[in-house]
Ligand binder design. Structure first.
Ligand SMILES: [Zn+2]
Length: 315
């Protein structure tokens, strides 16, 4: 298996975004990538400019940020050619790594625009190195730093300028090499293509939590009444559990319940409703074990919501 550290630069319509090309809010203008072997040693590099077809004026922010001029892009090749070369360069079994969570989505959106065969028929597991950096080096794992911060933090030499696809992929690869082995298991999923059916849904058990990604449902009600979505079976042993805090919501997008497994204790389930690329609904459910204090605090929250709803019902 090869790690493909990928970074893209893209341009957008330089006017009211409402008038951008349907299906292509961001047009990729550069692909940069570094290939790492199993041992995370660099084995190969990829760097290509793309001649834009849709947005032929540089958006002011893009131009300022990435120091690329339209003139320069004219020396690039069409997206389809660059993508095909890139895909071949990746090899048969690429495992993508990116800084942040946007690149794989935009790559696939550009591919769909040009009617290229999909990278995958379902979600793609990948490593978000920005997230892994936080897990490894920040006290709060939800923190997100920019690439240059991480490079400085690790004392890596800044020998090439930032904000070009290849340089950002190269720096991301240097960070990737320094991540402790134990964080590499924290993969993310790109859900540009959702699971095609129930059998292909994602169920992943991490060190300290479980993640489920559903297929797409026509609407919220179908999603929320699905058996798997509502299931509060213990993710460690599969046993049925006893209700401690019934499903409740504070905002109609996130739903929480707490159950007790005889063997493993108090388990919190959290369902997040999300909109898919094609406007349908899907669910990301996470489950983790919590202590009694957190359970009681969630129970108070639920009681409060119930009280508020009761008040609204009456007047
Ligand atoms: Zn259990």
């Amino acid at each position: 298996m090869n790690y493909i550290i990928l970074d893209l630069e893209w341009n957008q319509y330089s006017g009211d975004p409402a008038f951008s090309e349907p299906g292509l809010p961001f047009e990729i203008i550069e692909i940069g990538a570094v290939k790492l072997g199993d041992d995370r040693e660099m084995v190969s590099e990829f760097s290509r400019l793309i001649r834009p077809k849709v947005y032929t004026r540089m958006h002011s922010i893009t131009g300022r940020l990435i120091h690329l001029q339209m003139q320069e892009l004219q020396s690039g090749d069409p997206f389809i050619d660059v993508y095909n070369d890139f895909r071949e360069w990746c090899g048969p079994d690429p495992f993508f790594c990116t800084w942040g969570s946007q690149d794989l989505t935009e790559l696939q959106r550009n591919m769909r625009y040009y009617e290229l065969p999909p990278l995958s028929l379902g979600p793609i597991a990948y490593l978000d190195v920005q997230k892994l950096f936080a897990i490894a080096f920040e006290s709060e794992s939800k923190t997100r730093r920019n690439l240059e911060y991480a490079i400085d933090f690790l004392g890596i030499n800044k020998d090439i300028p930032f904000h070009r696809a290849f340089s950002d992929a190269y720096y991301t690869a240097l960070i990737m090499k320094r991540l402790p082995m134990n964080v590499l298991g924290h993969c993310s999923y790109d859900v540009f293509h959702l699971p095609i059916d129930r059998d292909h849904e994602i169920h992943t058990v991490f060190d300290d939590y479980y993640k489920y990604i559903s297929r797409a449902f026509p609407d919220k009600n179908h999603a929320l009444s699905d058996r798997e979505v509502r299931s509060t079976k213990c993710y460690l042993c599969g046993a049925s559990t006893q209700k401690q805090v019934k499903w409740f919501t504070t905002n109609n997008r996130h739903f929480i319940a707490v159950n007790r497994c005889d063997e493993h204790g108090l388990m919190k389930s959290k369902v997040r409703l999300r909109k898919s690329e094609d406007g349908r609904m899907y669910v990301v459910k996470t489950q983790k074990f919590i202590d009694n204090k957190e359970m009681l605090s969630l129970r108070r929250k639920r009681d409060h919501m119930k009280y508020q709803q009761g008040k609204n019902d009456i007047g």
